[in-house]
Write a protein that binds this ligand. Structure first.
Ligand SMILES: [Zn+2]
Ligand SMILES: [Zn+2]
Length: 230
């Protein structure tokens, strides 16, 4: 099913409404769209988001399949996410993301920090992603390891194998994110070899980006035809 499971609306930092994203997805020929927005534990819009996307699911029934989720960032190196668990069962999935690498509880590395120790940042990243993979609140690991690119850190084969093993036993889905072009090929190869479920997303924040990434979404579906795609 031609799907893009990662689109942001005006409920968080996107610039189009959910309905505009849906209409664009229909006109682009997608069969399924995932509406997700960046969430914080204190976000006040989440119930509105759930109500309005439920209405849209009814309105577009038979035209396009709509699924909904929330993207929650890791707050600690233990992989805790910025999410209120009362929302957990009201959406179809939770994307767990590392946006900034936690350096402690609610503290994060900043790339501009001149004293940044790459190896310490990497160790904390590794602990965070392992925590995310064990976190029951998370269904899909968003843009896996994209956050390492800005630190110019690449993953070695052993670490990739370890993360795939952990993903497999915890039943997590890994996102193939066409915007950030992650996971990198060596990582993707191992995910495929381990038959780990994969989702495909554009991380679009507008209808213009949906259009921009459409060819990449289609190409990735073709590449992953024989894989365990959700
Ligand atoms: Zn993200
Ligand atoms: Zn996102």
């Amino acid at each position: 099913m031609l799907s893009d499971l990662h689109n942001h609306s005006i409920f968080s930092d996107g610039i189009n409404t959910c309905e505009e994203l849906i209409e664009q997805a229909i006109s682009l020929g997608l069969q399924r769209i995932g509406l997700v927005d960046h969430v914080w534990r204190k976000s006040e819009w989440v119930l509105d988001f759930i109500d309005s996307t439920n209405r849209l699911k009814e309105k577009y029934e038979g035209v396009i399949q709509i699924v909904t989720g929330l993207e929650a960032k890791a707050l600690t190196c233990a992989g805790e996410v910025d999410l209120n668990d009362k929302w957990r069962d009201k959406v179809d999935y939770i994307l767990g993301a590392i946006h900034r690498i936690p350096s402690g509880s609610n503290q994060f590395y900043s790339k501009s920090d001149k004293s940044l120790s790459k190896s310490k940042a990497y160790d904390d990243w590794l602990s965070t992603i392992q925590g995310l993979l064990k976190n029951d609140m998370v269904d899909i690991v968003a843009h896996p390891a994209a956050e390492l690119i800005q630190y110019d850190i690449s993953l070695d084969e052993e670490t990739i194998k370890m993360l795939c093993h952990l993903g497999k036993i915890s039943g997590k889905v890994f996102e193939v994110n066409v915007k950030y072009k992650v996971p990198v090929q060596a990582f993707l190869n191992q995910l495929i070899a381990n038959e780990i479920p994969l989702s495909i997303g554009s991380d679009s924040h507008s209808t213009a980006q949906q259009k921009l990434f459409l060819n990449d979404i289609i190409a990735m579906h073709k590449t992953l035809t024989f894989c365990n795609l959700i």
